[in-house]
Ligand binder design. Structure first.
Ligand SMILES: Cc1cc2nc3c(=O)[nH]c(=O)nc-3n(C[C@H](O)[C@H](O)[C@H](O)COP(=O)(O)O)c2cc1C
Length: 324
């Protein structure tokens, strides 16, 4: 379920970066749900601006708790090789287990600044960034990217080979182009093609929504591992189920009570970490936490309008009472 490459452990299941989701609080929650199965899951920060690291504009994004040191990947975005290299060094000193370079983000704000998926249009620059970052750090350097800029420019085969030559240790590949953003279906067969020509481990990514689908993606692509993003928002158990499924162990569906109790823990952890500001960040998780409850639409709506710690915990406790 995990292999060691050049003395570095590489798990099979990866929760890749998600801005506004994979923060310290969510990672803490995931580890709590996974318990001893955490050893099989690779975690990452949200993407962090390399310039921001140099100018310390958002230091909280890079914060790792003591027990996360040398276990969590820090993802950087940027397109200036020097800036990326300096930021990577700072991230290494902060305790990153590896540096992941974002070459896949489709958002206009990012690609218009030549970052994220825009680097697929500049393979030589992308390669130079990897080489400079690699020179700056001792920890593994990986890339997360897509199939290409658009259908006409699906250059992942050449692009990935270039990155491999530059020395990346692994690749996370979302099976869509930049112009698809999140539309259509992730092309696992194309991921398989890339995996066929590369020697480094690949994490297949896109549309893995269940433990069974994770296994199918692994079989279809023959990749080393899978990266599961949206499916674990408000559903951390999906990752536990996937680990158990791949280990050949049985697992149960999660009861509404367990979901609500976990939601309460999530609120506590967020409040403990960032006070009321932390509560706002939870909203995208909560519609999933109440799914399966009688009157789910009512509770979903109530949680969507709750804008502080007390309101949110009260709603969750009321929902719990309906179960007794
Ligand atoms: C809310 C959100 C934020 C994301 N932020 C990042 C990010 O910071 N860096 C990155 O490389 N990908 C980011 N992604 C993309 C995901 O890591 C992943 O590639 C994509 O969602 C496809 O996988 P999925 O079908 O399992 O969700 C983000 C996706 C979502 C939904």
């Amino acid at each position: 379920m995990a292999k060691t490459i050049n003395n570095h452990k590489l798990e099979k299941i990866y929760i890749p970066p998600m801005a506004g989701v994979t923060d310290l609080v969510f990672r803490r929650l995931i580890r709590r749900v996974l318990g001893s199965y955490s050893q099989f899951v690779r975690l990452s920060t949200e993407m962090i601006s390399s310039k921001g690291i140099l100018y310390q504009t958002n230091p909280s994004r890079m914060r790792l708790s003591d027990d996360e040191k040398e276990k969590v990947i820090i993802q950087l975005f940027g397109h200036e090789p020097d800036t990326m290299a300096t930021a990577a060094k700072i991230a290494e000193n902060a305790g990153a287990a590896g540096i992941d370079i974002n070459m896949g983000c489709p958002v206009p704000k990012i690609v218009n600044g030549k970052d994220g998926a825009a680097l697929m249009k500049e393979p030589c620059l992308a390669e130079e960034i990897v080489r400079e970052v690699k020179k700056a750090v001792k920890i593994p350097v990986s890339v997360k990217t897509r199939l290409g800029w658009n259908e006409q420019n699906k250059n992942i085969l050449d692009f990935a080979l270039k990155l491999q030559d530059a020395g990346i240790s692994s690749l996370t590949l979302h099976g869509r182009t930049r112009s698809q953003s999140y539309t259509g279906v992730a092309d696992w067969d194309y991921i398989a093609k890339v995996n066929n020509i590369l020697d480094i481990p690949i994490f297949a990514n896109g549309d893995i929504t269940s433990a069974e689908k994770a296994q199918i993606a692994l079989e279809r692509t023959s990749c080393h591992g899978v990266a599961i993003a949206r499916a674990c928002i408000g559903n951390p158990w999906m990752i536990l189920q996937t680990v158990k499924h791949l280990l050949g162990e049985t697992y149960q569906e999660i009861s509404p009570r367990e979901k609500l109790e976990t939601a309460l823990i999530h609120v506590e952890l967020a409040y403990e970490d960032k006070g009321e500001k932390g509560i706002q960040a939870l909203k995208r998780h909560f519609s999933k936490y109440v799914s399966g409850l009688d009157g789910a639409a009512y509770w979903r709506q109530a949680l969507a309008t709750a804008d502080n710690y007390l309101a949110m915990t009260n709603i969750l406790k009321q929902a719990l009472q309906t179960l007794t």
